[in-house]
Every structure is written in structure tokens, then in C-alpha cells.
Design a protein around this ligand. Structure first.
Ligand code: 13P
Length: 245
């Protein structure tokens, strides 16, 4: 049985003062039927670790090597050392801002696993790709090339985030979400076997909020959400936590 999850992605937002949001989120997480994860800027992880009793903690990227001469980068081991259990990898903003490719994302997943982190791997199409009716091809290629063969099930979460839905207030129709999530499920089962493929959580991300969460999370093979803007404030994030699971 998959346990649903909701992960907040604070992106490049949040100072120490914003951790005041955490106490209420932590209380909601204690009562929730889903796992709650907060992926905060790396600068806040150790402070969040002191406050979060019921929340899992995540980073937002790591380098594809374990350590070395990479000024300004952060390693999986550093994230783990400072209190993270998860890391988001291959977010479209990193694919765009830092030219991350599937192959280096796969290396990042491996190094994350090496240091005991669970990887939340993001995939999703642009609006052009959707309009050109190549969404499933794009998703299939991202899945194949950014996920290593050595999946255990426990150590991987997939997040489907259509790029055109991120931060725009636009969301796909339930049919569109359903089509992609079912495709991801079948692809995972085909590649890793029914049992393992069935056990991997598939999250939806892109303008999820307290209003659309019930409809989206009711779609089969949607196992929760990856939430950006609406995760920054407890009053917006808590209704999402309460609706999932
Ligand atoms: P928004 O919820 O702000 O659209 O962001 C989604 C996202 O990119 C989460 O990783």
C-alpha cells in the first residue's frame, strides 16, 4: 500500500524568520494521513531539523558527485548530514536554469541513494510539447533516462509537474493528469516489475492549492502533491495536507 505524501518546495524563498510557519505545519502533519515533507533552502535545513517533529525534511538539489572541487555546490552527504531525508532532483527550474540533463539527474539520484536520501525526481512537458502531442514521449524519455535501474521502491518518488502549470495558476484537466499518471505507473511496472512499480509514489505538481487538491488527489495513481507557492504559508499548506490521504 502506498502512503500518500505532500511535499512543499520552498524554492529560493525563506529566511530563518519564515520558519515560524513550521510549528502549525508540524501539528497538522502529526494528525495527517499522509507523509509531509518540506524541501527548504539548504541554509534552513539544520534549523528546520530542530523544529520539525512530524515533518520529513528535503533539499532541492545535490551535485552528481559525492564531493570535490565544485565551488558553491552542495552534496547529497551534506544534505543528509544537516538533517535531510529527501532531495528533489531534476526540477524543471533546475533543468532550465542550470541546463540539467536526464543523464546527470540519474547520477544525482545514485549519489543521493548512496547517502541514504530518498529522491523526488521531477518530470514534465512544456506547453509546446503538449500542443505537439508528444507529452507521453517526453515523459517516457525522462523516466527512462533520469531513473537508475537500481530502484528499491522506498527510495524513489516521481513528481509529474507540467512546466506550463508551475506558478501559473493553470492546471491540466483531470483527464490529462490521469493519462500521464497512468502512463507513468504502467512504465514503472513494465520496467521494474508489477510489485515494485506499483509501490512507487507518483505526485502531481503545478499550481496545486486548497481549492483543487481534492479533485486532483482523487485521481487514481495520484499519490499526493509537490506544492510550490502554496507551501510557503501554513494557512495555505495545511488545507492541502488535510485533504491528501
Ligand atoms: P507551484 O505550486 O508554485 O505551481 O510550484 C510547483 C512546483 O514547481 C513544485 O515543485
Amino acid at each position: 500500500m502506498r502512503k500518500p505524501m505532500v511535499a512543499g518546495n520552498w524554492k529560493m524563498n525563506g529566511l530563518r524568520a519564515n520558519l515560524s510557519e513550521v510549528a502549525a505545519i508540524d501539528q497538522a502533519a502529526a494528525k495527517a494521513n499522509c507523509d509531509v515533507i518540506l524541501c527548504v533552502p539548504a541554509t534552513l535545513i539544520s534549523q528546520l531539523a530542530l523544529k520539525a517533529k512530524n515533518i520529513f525534511i528535503g533539499g532541492q538539489t545535490c551535485h552528481n558527485e559525492a564531493s570535490g572541487a565544485h565551488t558553491g555546490d552542495i552534496s547529497a552527504e551534506m544534505l543528509q548530514d544537516t538533517g535531510a531525508q529527501y532531495v528533489i532532483l531534476g526540477h524543471s527550474e533546475r533543468r532550465i536554469d542550470h541546463a540539467e540533463k536526464d543523464e546527470s539527474i540519474q547520477q544525482k539520484v545514485l549519489v543521493a541513494w548512496q547517502f541514504g536520501l530518498k529522491a523526488i525526481v521531477c518530470i514534465g512537458e512544456t506547453l509546446d510539447q503538449r500542443d505537439s502531442k508528444i507529452t507521453l514521449g517526453v515523459i517516457g524519455k525522462q523516466l527512462l533516462n533520469s531513473i537508475p535501474d537500481s530502484v528499491s521502491g522506498e527510495n524513489l518518488v516521481i513528481a509529474y509537474e507540467p512546466i506550463w502549470a508551475i506558478g501559473t495558476g493553470l492546471t491540466p484537466t483531470t483527464d490529462q493528469i490521469s493519462e500521464v499518471h497512468n502512463f507513468i505507473r504502467v512504465s514503472l511496472e513494465h520496467r521494474f516489475g508489477d510489485q515494485l512499480g506499483h509501490s512507487i509514489n507518483i505526485l502531481y505538481g503545478g499550481s496545486m492549492n486548497g481549492k483543487n487538491v481534492v479533485e486532483i488527489s482523487a485521481i487514481p495513481n495520484v499519490d499526493g502533491g509537490l506544492v510550490g507557492g502554496a507551501s510557503l504559508k501554513a494557512q495555505n499548506f495545511i488545507p492541502i495536507i488535510e485533504s491528501i490521504g
